[in-house]
Write a protein that binds this ligand. Structure first.
Ligand SMILES: *[C@@H]1O[C@H](CO)[C@@H](O)[C@H](O)[C@H]1NC(C)=O
Ligand SMILES: *[C@@H]1O[C@H](CO)[C@@H](O)[C@H](O)[C@H]1NC(C)=O
Ligand SMILES: *[C@@H]1O[C@H](CO)[C@@H](O)[C@H](O)[C@H]1NC(C)=O
Ligand SMILES: *[C@@H]1O[C@H](CO)[C@@H](O)[C@H](O)[C@H]1NC(C)=O
Ligand SMILES: *[C@@H]1O[C@H](CO)[C@@H](O)[C@H](O)[C@H]1NC(C)=O
Ligand SMILES: *[C@@H]1O[C@H](CO)[C@@H](O)[C@H](O)[C@H]1NC(C)=O
Ligand SMILES: *[C@@H]1O[C@H](CO)[C@@H](O)[C@H](O)[C@H]1NC(C)=O
Ligand SMILES: *[C@@H]1O[C@H](CO)[C@@H](O)[C@H](O)[C@H]1NC(C)=O
Ligand SMILES: *[C@@H]1O[C@H](CO)[C@@H](O)[C@H](O)[C@H]1NC(C)=O
Length: 775
């Protein structure tokens, strides 16, 4: 127990570490992004070159190196002179022709222009505006925050640039219906965007149309192209096409962003020059445009305009509690701050650190260790409690999930829609079945089949049951399981295996059946030393199975087609009474229908060829399969055997051929020939032949088959000598094989079902089937 506890604590500790790292990483991320765009150039008391310079033009604050007024000497150079046009109210600032919206540490935002082309319905050009902006030899260049954007449904546009670098790019914007155009983002449908290289100083935008908007004129007569700040532009989908104010609105809200820098020298060169602009507490930053030039940037912990003496000012972090994490005392230092604690306290004084802790001079060590001890103890208790709580909740949740995933809802729905049957079916818990099978021990395995394992289980009331556990669960198998449950809860017949209950809480659903002790009919037929399997027993088993199938076809509340009748699905109990099992593939047939179309499913050798070719499932498919079982009972041969010659490989075909050639008695099992009368065997052979008719309508119904078999049985009972005779004959062989019959042999009552959907794998048995099928 203590070791487990330690492991748990270690686990929690590790989780905690990982979490802390995650949180701090996230904090780092947000911090870097929020600090990046802050503008400090307009902060501080002195931002203009001299007190006499105009600080403001309209709403725009003009910091040095920019300055208002041509010839005022307030700017660092001609290209930083801002003309304030007072004929507007409020006055508007311009550099050259370009209106300035905003000045930040590294960028300015300016007014925009837009290219526009409009077409008439016939495709004639009715409006044609071009757009270009030339920054010439100014210290400005277009920022990468801009995108070249084209709006329209039949358009492509080129942006060509020069002045230092030659550049051409463009994008195509197409659409055929207004409904196709997504609202809110540029996807290439109705709106496309392309980026521009850093350092561009001139661009020209030209719009072209593929079909002069003739195909889209009903909703999009015009197209637009512009360069502008990507984050400020919001595309409103097709409504932008018909909005007469689109151009005006966009020009007012989407500026062009320009990068600015001083001169054409790099920092290292500029620092040596006389006119180096960066004042105290600031640093030089090289321009990234590729043309040289630099900017100044305040050192961390400082703010203000780095171009104006006396340079950047220390930020007093202590003035605003939001700017510092100090708990008690904050001492501002140049570029930083110190947190400390008053006398009588110790600690780092930070809210996110250790804070300030009172010095307690009396027995601080004992107090500390006592506190630590208690803290640790309560931590342990808390963690353990938490751990078990979480584990329990997880388990419950898991079971609920399994219940749903395993079709619990589907089952409930099916059962309620079918009514009744529910009370006879018990829902077992996962623990009950785990206990009953001794945790699914290997020595409890009764058989392994195509899609599951059958375990022997002993319930608390000492009842022995068979528990079928699916191997893997996919949706289709869940359906099969639920199907089997629903059918079995509706069927109550002494020759049909009884379903006792189910469990849906486990990872795979489990079905609980009555325990049928003597294995499968297939096993008994193939083991020719089965002394009990006399002609009379064979007839009885055939009659019982036929009776059960007839009941399923007609007497059950809704007709059931078994779909996978075969000797391996007929189980024998301790008195060798036949019990039909495995309803995984079965179908409930709606009362008003006699056939249903399904994916062909069944077992090779038993599969009704008519069903195989048409996919039309009728109850006569079961008759065919039963005919093969009957042939097996008569001949003792396997329905499909690769060791036999080509002609004899398929038992159904072989049997019919032998009947036709009057060689029936040559293929019957010797014991059957000895014990049965000529008339009986002839009649049984004829019955098989009729069951195997290629056309379903020619086959007898299961009821007729059952009645005929009952008739044959009565005939036998009148000649008890035949039975006794057989017993005497084979008595000598009995003892050594008798024991091996009782469940040391693996049985697989739920196996071999091969779903066929017209695709054959390389498995020879499957490839060969169509060639061997009776035609
Ligand atoms: C936070 O960012 C800095 C610089 O960007 C980096 O050096 C540091 O490793 C980052 N810290 C974490 C926890 O990611
Ligand atoms: C931070 O900003 C950069 C560009 O400045 C951007 O690419 C990134 O996605 C941003 N990160 C977050 C978390 O916003
Ligand atoms: C900065 O402004 C203060 C007043 O706010 C003034 O006393 C000082 O002279 C100014 N410094 C310069 C260099 O203009
Ligand atoms: C200018 O400032 C005034 C008030 O400060 C504001 O109402 C107005 O919208 C601003 N104009 C612009 C173009 O930002
Ligand atoms: C101010 O703007 C008006 C209107 O655009 C223009 O006519 C005038 O010449 C401008 N004044 C100056 C000084 O640029
Ligand atoms: C741009 O193109 C012109 C004419 O084609 C050429 O003379 C010039 O060298 C080019 N400039 C660059 C930077 O490639
Ligand atoms: C589009 O119009 C131009 C002239 O405006 C004309 O030369 C061109 O052939 C037209 N194209 C189509 C596809 O109509
Ligand atoms: C840098 O600018 C100066 C004038 O400001 C000019 O004389 C010089 O030619 C420029 N140098 C380069 C490499 O452009
Ligand atoms: C700030 O704290 C550091 C370390 O605690 C110390 O070295 C430094 O002298 C302190 N500065 C001031 C101004 O108190």
């Amino acid at each position: 127990m203590p070791r487990i506890l330690i492991i748990r604590i270690a686990w929690f500790y590790l989780c905690g570490l990982a979490l802390t790292a995650l949180i701090s990483a996230a904090q780092n991320n947000t911090n870097t992004n929020t600090t990046a765009p802050v503008t400090t150039i307009t902060k501080g008391a002195n931002i203009t070159k001299s007190p006499g310079c105009q600080r403001q033009c309209g709403n725009l604050t003009v910091p040095y190196p920019f300055g208002v007024g041509p010839g005022s000497g307030c700017a660092i150079g001609t290209w930083f002179e801002i003309t304030c046009n007072t004929s507007f109210n409020p006055p508007k600032p311009f550099i050259g022709q370009l209106e300035i919206y905003d000045i930040s540490d590294s960028q300015i935002r300016i007014s925009n222009v837009m290219a526009k082309k409009c077409y008439s319905q016939s495709g004639a050009l009715v409006q044609d505006n071009t757009a270009w902006t030339n920054l010439g030899t100014t210290p400005y260049s277009f920022s990468e925050l801009n995108k070249f954007t084209v709006i329209g449904c039949d358009d492509f546009a080129l942006i060509t640039g020069s002045e230092g670098l030659n550049f051409t790019s463009g994008c195509v914007s197409l659409c055929s219906k207004a409904e196709d155009v997504p609202d809110g983002y540029c996807s290439g449908i109705g709106c496309c965007q392309t980026s521009i290289p850093r350092g561009l100083k001139y661009y020209f935008a030209s719009l072209s149309s593929l079909k002069n908007h003739t195909t889209v004129s009903s909703f999009d007569p015009c197209s637009y192209a512009f360069l502008g700040e990507q984050d400020r532009f919001i595309f409103r989908g097709a409504s932008d096409f018909s909005d007469p104010n689109f151009m005006q609105r966009t020009l007012a809200t989407v500026p062009i962003v320009l990068d600015w820098a001083l001169g054409n020298l790099s920092c290292s060169a500029a620092q040596k020059a006389n006119d180096y602009a960066c004042k105290a507490n600031s640093d030089c930053v090289d321009s990234e445009t590729g043309f040289g030039g630099y900017r100044c940037s305040c050192n961390p912990g400082y703010e203000g305009n780095p171009y104006v003496s006396p340079g950047c000012q220390d930020i007093n972090e202590c003035a605003d509690p939001n700017n510092n994490p100090c708990e008690r005392i904050c001492i501002n230092t140049p570029g930083a701050y110190n947190c400390s604690c008053p006398g009588g306290y110790y600690g780092d004084g930070k809210k996110d650190g250790r804070g300030c802790i009172a010095n307690n001079k009396e027995l601080p060590v004992i107090k500390l260790s006592l506190g630590l001890g208690f803290g640790f103890l309560s931590l342990l208790v808390g963690i353990t409690w938490l751990y078990f709580g979480i584990k329990k909740r997880k388990l419950i949740k898991l079971r609920e999930n399994f219940f749903q995933q395993n079709g619990g809802l589907l089952l409930k729905q099916q059962l309620s829609s079918n009514g009744g049957g529910v009370e006879s079916t018990k829902v077992f818990t996962a623990e009950e079945l785990e206990k009953a099978t001794n945790k699914y021990a290997d020595d409890r395995i009764l058989g392994r089949g195509g899609y599951g394992t059958v375990y022997k289980g002993i319930l608390p009331d000492k009842r022995i049951v068979a528990i079928k556990k699916s191997r893997i669960m996919d949706e289709s198998q869940i359906e099969q399981f639920i199907n089997e449950m629903v059918i079995l809860t509706q069927v109550n017949h002494r020759n049909v295996v009884k379903l006792l209950g189910c469990c849906l809480e486990a990872e795979v659903p489990l079905l609980v059946y009555e325990y049928v002790s003597s294995g499968t009919l297939f096993h008994h037929i193939q083991n020719s030393a089965m002394t009990w399997l006399s002609w009379e027993d064979r007839l009885r088993i055939a009659a019982e199975a036929a009776g059960a199938l007839s009941y399923l076809h007609s007497a059950a509340s809704k007709p059931v087609i078994h779909r996978d009748v075969k000797s391996a699905n007929i189980l024998l109990d301790e008195y060798y009474t036949a019990k039909i099992s495995d309803f995984g593939a079965s179908r409930l047939v709606p009362l008003d229908q006699t056939q249903v179309t399904t994916l062909v499913q069944g077992t090779l050798g038993y599969l009704d060829p008519e069903y195989f070719h048409t996919s039309q499932l009728t109850e006569k498919s079961d008759v065919y399969s039963f005919g093969v079982v009957l042939a097996e009972l008569l001949t003792g041969k396997k329905p499909l055997c690769m060791e036999r010659s080509q002609k004899e490989r398929n038992l159904a075909k072989y049997f019919l051929m032998s009947m036709k050639e009057n060689r029936l008695f040559q293929i019957l099992e010797p014991r059957v020939v000895r014990e049965g009368s000529l008339e009986q065997l002839q009649a049984a052979g004829e019955l098989v032949k009729r069951c195997l008719y290629l056309s379903g309508v020619d086959r007898p119904t299961m009821k007729e088959v059952a009645m005929e078999l009952e008739g044959l049985r009565k005939f036998t009972l009148r000649h008890p000598w035949a039975n006794q005779h057989g017993h005497e004959e084979s008595m000598g062989l009995m003892t050594e094989n008798e024991a091996s019959d009782l469940y040391t042999v693996p049985m697989s009552p739920y196996s071999d079902t091969v779903p066929l959907s017209g695709q054959y794998s390389s498995d020879t048995a499957r490839v060969m089937f169509p060639a061997n099928s009776p035609r």
